[in-house]
Design a protein around this ligand. Structure first.
Ligand code: HEM
Length: 126
């Protein structure tokens, strides 16, 4: 998990989102909290444990310039990190669920794009 964030912080596309929301020091309180939260999130996703009840789609949709394309970078780095950390059997479970959820995010963001276009049309015609 930490390896993914080390990669993400250095990445041209993903880095700015994390620096903006959590800062650039992974030893900071906010970062430690995020990493704990994500460990709970993945326990819930992959082992069905009762550990995460947050609104993770909402946490991303509120980010101003996140686009479906940003998720292409996310999938790439996340897959690399999973392959480096886990055995192939475990890595494949992380990668499969990570890609499924990324697709859901992309759908949610496209919808946000459509709603935004409708909203702009509405205000420019009134
Ligand atoms: C472009 C791709 C992504 C970027 C830039 C990104 C960035 C971030 C950032 C900056 C936060 C912290 C938000 C805050 O504290 O306010 C966050 C939270 C989170 N992210 Fe992502 N993320 C991405 C994709 C994903 C994906 C694909 C997943 C799931 C597989 C995911 C799971 C989560 C979860 C569970 C949280 C915690 C939400 C909460 O309960 O507060 N992220 N993400």
């Amino acid at each position: 998990m930490t390896l993914f964030y080390e990669k993400a912080l250095e990445d041209k596309v993903l880095g700015p989102f994390f620096v903006h929301e959590l800062g650039d020091d992974m030893q900071d309180e906010e970062w430690l909290h995020h990493i704990d939260l994500l460990a709970d999130f993945w326990l819930a996703q992959l082992n069905g444990e009762d550990t995460y009840y947050g609104n993770f789609i909402g946490a991303h949709v509120k980010m101003p310039v996140i686009t479906p394309e940003s998720f292409v970078s996310w999938i790439k780095l996340f897959s690399e990190a999973a392959d480096e950390i886990y055995t192939p059997e475990i890595a494949i479970r992380f990668k499969k669920r990570g890609s499924e959820l990324s697709k859901e995010f992309m759908q949610a963001l496209k919808l946000k794009g459509q709603e935004w276009i409708q909203f702009k049309k509405k205000i420019s015609s009134s």
